[in-house]
Design a protein around this ligand. Structure first.
Ligand code: PMP
Length: 375
């Protein structure tokens, strides 16, 4: 079935193949041999052999897809990116114990999400801005050599893809080369699995699943083993990474159905050729859309070329009075959820892994047509 193209920033489009398989298996899940088990995935005990087989395959496929080294633990948690903004400092701010003061963490503020992370962390630790581009309206990622990194910081936090402002780190900083012994923490919610991750530079990565991995309700955390076991005494047990890791993410009941759907997305990703193949396609999709914007005098994107996101492309009509007409026409053309985030306005096309090239081609065609009819 051909569905409209859905450009939502998240929860976002999921491959139709995945949804069809989930629908077919809704009432009675078949195991790998095709034997029906008599119940749907939502109804299974998380400790039963059926769900455990789903869980183990999902975890193994993710490790393979993202090339996650063995010394990193994969945790399936709940609470989304915003809960992680508290859970990370609760677990990592005391990596460098300092009896006199609270633990310290530095933040590179490149948009709304890293700003939120900073604000939340101030509740739990001495959180400071190491660099910010707020003064320029978040249009460029500050050059790492200019970051003001404190020696006492336990970690440095980045949001490696700013979903609202449309900025992406195209390379992770090498903190050691910058003279810092801090761990790198990345919020990769909105570009996880769209490109490879250089794990040699990362201590912890977290992300909500509802953009590139599957449904809302599941939060992925990938953490190097030696960072476990440092939680503050006030950290809730269900949010203590050590507790979660030593119970294979089953200290509390995990979001079983969301894990199952994410598992189907991982199988779909493997069939597409994995993350490297996705990256090539994501580069092509982003180029097509940015070229269309840059070549027109009707649309504009203000982000510096080297900081532009491949996943979330905000753009503005120079004549904002046309916004409603643009969105209405887009919907009629089968292009859904293009309205920009309320804090920045304009339009935003989120073009995650599950958005095919044809979806972006159709959008670009529509944009050209809309411009043509008005000029
Ligand atoms: N970080 C980023 C980069 C995001 O895009 C979002 C959600 N849009 C969040 C954090 C917050 O995620 P959640 O709503 O799942 O808490």
């Amino acid at each position: 079935m051909q569905r409209p193209y859905n450009f939502s920033a998240g929860p976002a489009t999921i491959p139709s193949e995945v949804l069809s398989q989930a629908a077919a298996e809704m009432l009675n899940w078949p195991d790998a041999t095709g034997r029906l088990c008599g119940m749907g995935v939502m109804e299974m005990s998380h400790r039963g052999k059926e769900f455990l087989s789903i869980y183990e395959k999902t975890e193994a496929d993710l490790r393979e897809l993202l090339n996650i080294p063995n010394q990193f633990k994969i945790l399936f948690m709940q609470g989304g990116g915003l809960a992680e903004n508290a859970i990370v400092p609760l677990n990592l701010s005391a990596l460098r114990p300092n009896p006199e003061t609270r633990g310290a963490a530095d933040f590179v503020v490149t948009g709304s999400w890293s700003k939120k992370s900073l604000d939340e962390a101030t509740k739990f630790c001495d959180a400071r801005v190491a660099a910010s581009d707020q003064i320029n309206g978040f249009t460029r990622i500050p050059e790492p050599s200019t970051w003001n990194l404190r020696e006492k910081a336990s970690y440095v936090h980045l949001c490696t893809n700013e979903t609202i402002n449309g900025l992406e780190f195209h390379q992770l900083p090498d903190l050691k080369a910058l003279g810092s012994a801090a761990e790198l923490v990345i919020d990769f919610s909105s570009h996880v699995a769209s490109r490879p991750v250089d794990w040699s530079r990362v201590g912890l990565a977290f992300g909500g699943a509802q953009k590139n991995l599957g449904p809302a309700g599941l939060t992925l955390v990938v953490v190097r083993e030696d960072l476990l076991g440092h939680a503050l005494p006030i950290c809730p047990s269900a949010f203590d990474y050590q507790m979660v890791a030593s119970n294979q993410s089953m200290y509390n009941t995990p979001p079983t159905y969301a894990i199952y759907i994410a598992g189907l997305v991982f199988q779909w990703l493997k069939r597409q050729g994995g993350v490297l193949a996705m990256e090539q396609q994501n580069i092509a999709k982003a180029k097509l859309l940015y070229d269309a914007i840059d070549q027109s005098s009707f649309y504009v994107n203000k982000v510096a070329l080297d900081s532009r996101s491949r996943m979330n492309v905000p753009f503005f009509l120079r004549d904002e009075s046309r916004n409603e007409a643009f969105l209405t026409g887009a919907k009629e053309a089968g292009l859904l959820q293009l309205k920009g985030h309320k804090s920045v306005g304009g339009m935003r096309a989120s073009i995650y892994n599950a958005m095919p090239l044809e979806g972006v081609q159709t959008l670009v065609q529509y944009m050209r047509e809309f411009e043509r009819t008005l000029s």
